[in-house]
Design a protein around this ligand. Structure first.
Ligand code: F6P
Length: 375
């Protein structure tokens, strides 16, 4: 592999807390330890096409470690292997512009990329590495649904937000004897609802991995009433489904690699419950994008820094086509070929989503302390 003198950074897909920690770790390690230059491309991969970039020096990344979002901005629409351009007749068409992007990198003297993102972004990272560009991927998502790493950064900060929200919602639930339905993100996996609900003392946790029966939720509310606890907190994953039913789709984003946006199942459950338990006021809160922002937690700052520094170390050791991962308490790496590109479901060994094990310790712990899963 050719000597690396300049590394480009890309942040793609939905933002989450910890992205700036990774950028901070990469930039500081590359400059301080190796004297390598860093350039940050803006708005995901599109920065490679429309000259969206900025040089990052130690000053540029100073003071960003704790901040949510990404100083480079992000995009979940710009797949350069299938990029929207106007043809000669002015019509919008999709075209592979990856070779042009490689030429732009060469022109800028960028020898390698560190790509921070989820499945879609890391699939492009893999495709650029197939074309011979030295690339290292860094996994991010609040959903924690990537099988190749024990945890993704962003997840822990989201859990802190969920836990804090449940603590706050408890006081209104108690004061008004209400049933409170709180919807959280997570796509087709229930990690956020499960871990957030467990730590936030939810009484009912509804996750995609365990389809729910609305009558079982009513049973739990009645049980709590009989026990003199006249309020109930229900946390619901956006991807939850009733037994034999389908997910609730909020909208479709046609030019995104993952077109479906989930949302609203908490509202559906609230309306059903209101009819079944008219003696209670049932209220719905969707935590939505609050879960993606905020000051980065200590855990995500450390994980982000370690991922960023390890990505630099791998490139400087002549490695490419890898993704950094957390296994146990150690940062290691795995070929991108093994972790991306197989969509929402499917075998986790082939890159499918990591789903909650319904027989695993977390679910069993919750059940042992009386939390209902609506099943
Ligand atoms: O994957 C992260 C995530 O926040 C999901 O939990 C959520 O379903 C989705 O992204 C929302 O995407 P968007 O920002 O495009 O609405």
């Amino acid at each position: 592999m050719k000597e690396i003198r300049k590394i480009g950074i890309i942040t793609g897909g939905g933002d989450c807390s910890g992205l700036n920690a990774v950028i901070n770790g990469i930039t500081k390690a590359a400059i301080t330890k190796y004297g390598v230059e860093i350039v940050g491309f803006t708005k995901g991969f599109s920065g490679l096409m429309n000259h969206g970039f900025r040089d990052l020096d130690l000053k540029a990344v100073s003071g960003i470690l704790h901040e949510g979002g990404t100083i480079l901005k992000s995009s979940n629409k710009d797949n350069l292997f299938n990029y929207q351009v106007r043809n000669n007749e002015g019509k919008l068409v999709y075209k592979d512009v990856s070779d042009e992007a490689l030429k732009n990198l060469e022109y800028l003297g960028v020898d390698a990329l560190i790509v921070i993102g989820g499945d879609g972004t890391l699939t492009s990272a893999r495709d650029f590495s197939r074309k011979g560009l030295p690339v290292i991927g860094v996994p991010k998502t609040i959903d924690n649904d990537l099988p190749a790493t024990d945890v993704t950064f962003g997840f822990n900060t989201s859990l802190e937000t969920i836990c804090d929200a449940l603590d706050k919602i408890h006081t209104t639930a108690y004061s008004h004897d209400r049933v409170m339905v709180v919807e959280v993100m997570g796509r087709l996996t229930g990690w956020l609802a499960l871990e957030g609900g467990l730590a936030g003392s939810a009484d009912v946790i509804i996750i995609p991995e365990i389809p729910y029966d609305i009558n079982k939720i009513v049973e739990k509310v009645n049980q709590r009433d009989a026990f003199g606890r006249n309020f109930t907190i229900i946390i619901v994953s956006e991807g939850a489904t009733p037994i034999g039913g389908d997910v609730v789709i909020r909208e479709k984003v046609e030019d995104s690699p993952d077109t479906v946006r989930l949302g609203g199942v908490g509202d559906v459950i609230t309306q059903q419950l209101q009819k079944l338990i008219p003696h209670h006021e049932v209220r719905y809160t969707n935590l939505a994008y609050l879960q993606r922002g905020g000051t980065t937690s200590q855990f995500d700052r450390s994980l982000g820094l370690m991922f960023g520094v390890q990505a630099v170390e791998l490139l400087m050791a002549g490695k490419t086509g890898l993704m950094v991962q957390l296994k146990g308490r150690k940062i290691t790496s795995i070929p991108l070929e093994k972790v991306v590109g197989s969509g929402e479901v499917g075998e986790t060994s082939k890159g499918g989503k990591k789903r909650v094990n319904v027989k695993g310790q977390l679910v069993q712990t919750a059940k042992a302390i009386g939390i209902s899963f609506g099943d």
